[in-house]
Ligand binder design. Structure first.
Ligand SMILES: [Zn+2]
Length: 368
């Protein structure tokens, strides 16, 4: 009977997984031990489990085999500010890769050393933390537009960036761009685009939240004047006002889905119905403010309800960001599709996420 449910799961998903219907989550036919651990962790105890055809009868009802059908590359999330529940929820919803852009921390940093420690956290501890939840973690490095205005740090941070831009897990330069649209912001924006050109990396551009259309156009003018190829440019925090400007420019368009402002899942769906999914990228931009790390999975749900094909969903939340960030020799689709091992006993410089709990306790949490 369980097997019948699997056969009823629908057409093959582009990811190779059956498409779930009516809340049923199906598993692939074979799993390595490590992949099974990741799978069980991602799916939790409250989802309906189906067995792979090869599973022994004795396992039915005892072992939960589950898989989120959607594979998600979350291209903008500030996990530094988030808790482990967020990693857990995101993993269960199908998030396989998180890109964390360097940004500002809510209050000004007064010395360059604060940036050094923050950048080291992004390529060190945060990457380790994500891996403990079965998620690959990459980042983009930059002096953010807001702190570009601060003479206590701006020049020193700029001088620091080249050494980080050579790191394997750094897939681009960002967030750069404009915030208050001051002349100093423009100067550091231009200098950091040049760094991206020198290091052959793409740029993730933060566009102003206030006076959106004017700020967006100014960002685009600066980008175009720099000579960086437009297929290496992601203009983020877009909306209905900016989408056509970006698509006409040849850049990739990013949309941040927020709980109460900017793009909501329903607004995003309406926009995708008009413009399609090509060169579109969606993200949660979750940080220390009111934001939702589950925005991308929620938008995927809204797309399904609106009748989008699995192919279109996969293009939007996987193929587009993977294609954009995965072609510069810093990570690849093959690497990001592999399951990071879920080894709770691993540490980073002697520290672990367990806080005194045992690896065995973590592994057994989702079993009956
Ligand atoms: Zn951000």
């Amino acid at each position: 009977m369980i097997h019948d449910l699997m056969n009823d799961a629908g057409d093959p998903h582009p990811s190779g997984h059956p498409v779930p219907r009516a809340g049923f989550y199906a598993s692939p036919p074979t799993l390595s031990k490590a992949a099974l651990l990741v799978w069980r962790f991602r799916c939790g105890r409250d989802m309906i489990a189906l067995r792979p055809p090869t599973a022994p009868e004795a396992l039915i009802g005892k072992v939960r085999f589950m898989s989120p059908a959607t594979r998600i590359f979350e291209p903008h999330a500030h996990m530094f500010s988030r808790v482990t529940d967020d990693y857990q929820d995101m993993a269960r919803a199908g998030v396989r890769v998180i890109l964390e852009p360097a940004f500002w921390l809510g209050q000004p940093r007064t010395q360059v050393g604060s940036f050094i420690d923050y950048f080291d956290t992004l390529i060190g501890w945060e990457r380790h933390r994500a891996a403990q939840f079965g998620i690959h973690h990459v980042c983009t490095m930059a002096l953010n537009p807001r702190e570009a205005n601060d003479p206590r740090v701006n020049a020193d941070v700029l001088a620091l960036l080249p050494r980080y831009l050579e790191k394997n897990s750094v897939v681009g330069v960002g967030e750069i761009g404009l915030d208050d649209m001051t002349p100093v912001e423009e100067e550091f924006f231009e200098k950091q685009i040049q760094l991206a050109i020198d290091h052959e990396l793409p740029i993730l551009v933060h566009t102003p939240h206030r006076d959106k259309k004017r700020g967006f156009k100014r960002c685009l003018e600066i980008v175009q004047a720099s000579g960086i190829p437009m297929d290496r440019v992601l203009l983020d925090h877009g909306n209905e006002e900016t989408v056509k400007i970006t698509l006409d420019s040849g850049a990739m368009q990013g949309f941040s889905i927020y709980p109460n402002t900017k793009m909501s899942p329903d607004r995003m769906v309406a926009l995708l119905q008009t413009y399609g999914v090509e060169r579109m990228i969606i993200n949660s931009a979750c940080d220390w403010g009111v934001s939702d790390p589950m925005s991308v999975p929620k938008t995927v749900d809204a797309m399904r309800r609106a009748g989008f094909s699995e192919e279109d969903i996969d293009t939007l939340v996987w193929k587009n960001p993977v294609g954009f960030f995965g072609r510069f020799g810093r990570g690849s689709e093959d690497e990001w599709l592999s399951e990071p091992s879920l080894d709770w006993s691993q540490t980073h410089e002697g520290n672990s996420v367990l806080r005194g709990q045992t690896p065995e306790a973590m592994d057994s949490r989702h079993e009956d």
